[in-house]
Design a protein around this ligand. Structure first.
Ligand code: CAA
Length: 269
């Protein structure tokens, strides 16, 4: 199974069941133009459509081309001439892409090298978790431009690092270095080089692929859904999903394999 849509501002490749999406506008530090979001939208929808049986990918990496930036934000040049309604449409398109990352049936790791500012930080936060290099720089600098975050940063940063820290970062528009990002829980692991980071993401997925892809997906769904619910409502979602997974072949295979003291052979069914 392959992806048929053609792209100019992003790249997509698959190796050993791991898909890599690269935002590829290094001269503009991979800034998110309308074209990037439109292409990303088409790609994510095609992956969603073709990967229902996990035959295309079992994990995804989102990264930026070159060594200087992951994504330096929404494209400022493009925004200078936007009307209010065009800006709202632009924000909704970017937000839709963040929701697509969250609803894909496989985990997505953001691999951040260099700048992840504004829209870049926002795209990274919509992934399941973030790996970064020691030189990565995060932030929501929109207020410095007379703007506010538009691709989910006013909502997701609070959920990741707590509302007060998120406000402190957003109102100042200051940079958050890699060490601080690790300390406040924005990033889960730091690496010396981009190569080491990409290798670590591949290794993570290789190990994860020993697990049931269906169970991983159900865990992702329940954890994302619970993020917006009260504890009681979240536990209800969990109990239903826990019951549902007993209808799967993977659950039977996993538990029987344990009892038979052998490695399970999961199919994602
Ligand atoms: N949009 C468009 N172009 C951008 C860009 C952006 N967000 N960020 C960088 N570029 C372009 C620069 O204009 C420059 O292009 P030229 O060579 O044609 O002049 C090129 O990328 C290289 O950038 P710099 O020369 O500025 O590189 P630097 O090393 O001196 O600085 C930087 C790097 C600190 C990241 C600086 O580029 C910068 O501050 N960028 C803007 C960051 C920002 O404010 N992001 C938030 C955008 S608003 C947003 O994202 C809204 C939202 O939530 C939806």
């Amino acid at each position: 199974m392959t992806i048929t849509t053609k792209f100019e501002t992003i790249e997509f490749s698959v190796e050993s069941d791991i898909g890599t999406i690269t935002v590829n506008r290094p001269k503009a530090l991979n800034a998110l133009s309308e074209q990037v979001h439109t292409e990303l939208n088409a790609l994510l929808k095609e992956i969603q459509e073709k990967n229902t049986d996990f035959s295309l990918v079992k994990g995804l990496i989102l990264t930026g081309a070159g060594d200087k930036a992951f994504i330096a934000g929404a494209d400022i040049k493009g925004m200078t001439t936007m009307s209010a309604s065009e800006a709202e449409t632009f924000a909704r398109l970017g937000q839709e892409n963040t929701l697509l990352f969250e609803s894909l049936n496989v985990p997505v790791i953001a691999c951040v090298n260099g700048y992840a500012l504004g829209g870049g930080c926002e795209m990274a936060m919509s992934c399941d978790f973030i790996f970064a290099t020691n030189t990565a720089v995060f932030g929501q600098p929109e207020v410095k431009l007379g703007l506010i975050p538009g691709f989910g940063g006013s909502q997701r940063l609070s959920k990741l690092v707590g509302r007060n820290r998120a406000k402190e970062i957003t109102y100042s528009g200051r940079n958050v270095g890699a060490q601080e990002a690790l300390q406040i829980g924005l990033v889960v692991s730091l690496f010396e080089t981009k190569e080491e980071m990409m290798e670590a993401a591949t290794k993570y997925f290789s190990k994860m692929m020993r697990n049931s892809p269906l169970a991983v997906y159900e865990a992702k769904k329940v954890m994302n859904e619970g993020n917006d619910l009260t504890i009681a409502a979240g536990l209800d979602v969990e109990a239903r999903a826990f019951g549902n997974i007993f209808n799967s072949e993977d659950m039977k295979e996993g538990t029987v394999a344990f009892m038979e003291k052998r490695a399970p052979k999961f199919t994602g069914k």
